[in-house]
Design a protein around this ligand. Structure first.
Ligand code: ZN
Ligand code: ZN
Length: 243
C-alpha cells in the first residue's frame, strides 16, 4: 500500500469514529471495513444499461434505435453523456445527499461511477471535470455543492483535474421542476458565466446530480463552447424515464 493510500485509509478510519459513514441507500450506519454501502443494499441501486440513448444516456427499450424520443425532438448543445442510476431507485438517496448533509455519499457515487463507466470515461479523453455550479447564496445556505463533491472524488479516481471555479452561476434561477422546457431554457439564459477566458480546454466532462431535460447542462455547455471548449460531455448520477 502506498503511503498516500495508507494515510487516506487512516484518515478515513478516524473520521469514521466521529462521523460514522452511512449507507447511501438505507442511511443506516455502515460498519467500518464493510465498504461504502451496507451489505443489504448492494443490489438495490438500479443501473442504466445498454441500450441507452446515444445523446443523453437515457435507458432505451430493446429495439429502440440510437436516440430517445426527447433527443429526436430537440437538439442539445452538449455532445453526449451518461447517467448511472435509474432515478426512482435512488431518488431518496440523492435527496438526502443534496438537502440532508449526507456529503459522504459522494465517495460511494464516484466510486460506483468510476467502476461502471470507466470505459466510457476513458473514451472521452477529457482534460477537465467541471461540476455544474449552484448559486453562491444557495451554496452558503447548503454549505456545499453536491455536484462538486462527486466531481472532486471522480477527479481523484481518474486523475482528470477538476475546475470547480471555472463556471459560476451568476443568476439565481427559479426551481426548474415546475417549468416547461421552454420556460426552463429562458430561466437559464445568462445564468452561467465563465470566470476566466485563458483556460485552453479541449474536452470537458460536466458533473450533475440529476438529468431532467438537459437544459441546465446545455446552458453550461453553450458558455463553455462560446469560450472555445471543443467538446462537452456529462456524467449525471441519475436519470429517469420521461423526466
Ligand atoms: Zn443500506
Ligand atoms: Zn436522449
Amino acid at each position: 500500500m502506498r503511503d498516500y493510500e495508507a494515510g487516506f485509509r487512516l484518515k478515513e478510519a478516524l473520521v469514521n469514529l466521529v462521523f460514522p459513514r452511512r449507507c447511501p441507500v438505507c442511511d443506516a450506519v455502515v460498519p467500518l471495513g464493510e465498504g461504502l454501502i451496507c451489505r443489504q443494499c448492494v443490489s438495490k441501486p438500479q443501473y442504466i444499461t445498454e441500450p441507452r440513448c446515444r445523446r443523453c444516456g437515457k435507458q432505451l427499450r430493446e429495439g429502440e434505435q440510437e436516440f430517445c424520443a426527447d433527443c429526436l425532438r430537440r437538439r442539445h448543445v452538449f455532445d453526449y453523456g451518461y447517467a448511472l442510476y435509474d432515478y426512482q431507485s435512488m431518488k431518496k438517496s440523492i435527496y438526502r445527499f443534496k438537502y440532508g448533509r449526507r456529503c459522504e455519499y459522494a465517495a460511494f457515487y464516484a466510486q460506483d461511477l468510476y467502476r461502471r463507466l470507466s470505459h466510457e470515461l476513458r473514451l472521452m479523453e477529457a482534460d477537465a471535470i467541471i461540476p455544474v455550479p449552484i448559486h453562491r447564496s444557495r451554496y452558503r445556505r447548503r454549505g456545499y455543492n453536491q455536484a462538486e463533491l462527486v466531481a472532486a472524488e471522480l477527479s481523484r479516481l481518474t486523475g482528470i483535474p477538476m475546475y470547480e471555479r471555472l463556471v459560476t452561476r451568476s443568476r439565481k434561477t427559479a426551481p426548474q421542476k415546475e417549468l416547461t422546457i421552454q420556460e426552463r431554457q429562458n430561466n437559464l439564459k445568462k445564468a452561467f458565466n465563465i470566470s476566466t477566458n485563458v483556460v485552453k480546454l479541449n474536452k470537458t466532462i460536466l458533473i450533475d446530480d440529476i438529468y431532467t431535460t438537459g437544459s441546465t447542462l446545455d446552458a453550461v455547455a453553450l458558455e463553455l463552447k462560446r469560450h472555445g471548449v471543443g467538446a462537452v460531455y456529462f456524467i449525471a448520477l441519475c436519470i429517469g424515464e420521461g423526466m
